[in-house]
Design a protein. Structure first.
Length: 226
């Protein structure tokens, strides 16, 4: 497989930079337990990368929970307020980001997380997130449609100074919806899926890795680790 060289890199956040997907699972399972339901991987993989209320609607409908999507979201937020500040960086993430920053490669984040949850999740990692040129959040007014639509990545690329074209950008994602969004934006996508994710959902990605620790920047014309 030959990969095209890039000059800019855009990262998803949940489950890719931060180990938050596991915390989402814990919070929704806690609610499901009340009704004897199981928050399965099938349901989880269908909502990964979606905006919060859309995700809550799908979870409620899939598991037939006796509450409105708004109530489910409110209940899960209460649990997440307790859990999110404990979020840790994923393996290999700090090494790659500090490496790209050192070589002045423009880097940014495009996340479906809204401002409030972003603050909770990143509270212990302020210095790390300050290394990015910019961060596009899920409630950004310019992001009209959530992933799998390409809006988040298009807006993110446009905010580099100067703006980057799609072919200049490499996207890192963990979720099928995010991979679709990156490809729809005309970008190459490296996917680092959760080990539980069905392999059929990883086939569209440009490159699939088990961990960020396995990434070799020179494959995409970026400076190699020394």
């Amino acid at each position: 497989m030959t990969y095209k060289p890039v000059t800019h890199v855009i990262f998803d956040m949940d489950g890719l930079l931060l180990d938050t997907e596991r915390l989402y699972t814990v919070s929704f399972q806690e609610i499901c337990d009340r009704f004897g339901k199981t928050y399965t991987w099938d349901v989880k993989s269908s909502v990964m990368g979606k905006k919060a209320l859309d995700a809550a609607r799908i979870i409620r409908d899939s598991l037939e929970l006796p509450m409105s999507p708004e109530e489910l979201l409110e209940e899960s937020r209460k649990i997440q307020e307790r859990l999110f500040p404990t979020a840790a960086l994923m393996p290999g993430v700090e090494k790659l980001i500090t490496h790209l920053h050192k070589y002045n490669i423009p880097i940014a984040v495009a996340t479906s997380s809204a401002s409030l949850t972003f603050e909770m999740k990143t509270s212990r990692h302020k210095d790390f997130f300050s290394l990015f040129n910019h961060i596009v959040l899920g409630d950004d007014p310019e992001v009209k449609n959530g992933k799998p639509q390409p809006d988040a990545f298009q807006v993110c690329a446009s905010r580099f100074d100067p703006p980057a074209s799609p072919e200049q950008c490499l996207v890192f994602e963990d979720a099928p919806n995010g991979v679709k969004a990156g490809l729809a934006a005309g970008m190459q996508v490296v996917m680092i899926p959760d080990q539980n994710l069905d392999h059929s959902l990883t086939q569209e990605a440009t490159l699939v890795l088990d961990s960020m620790e396995d990434f070799r920047p020179q494959l995409f014309g970026l400076p190699a680790y020394n």
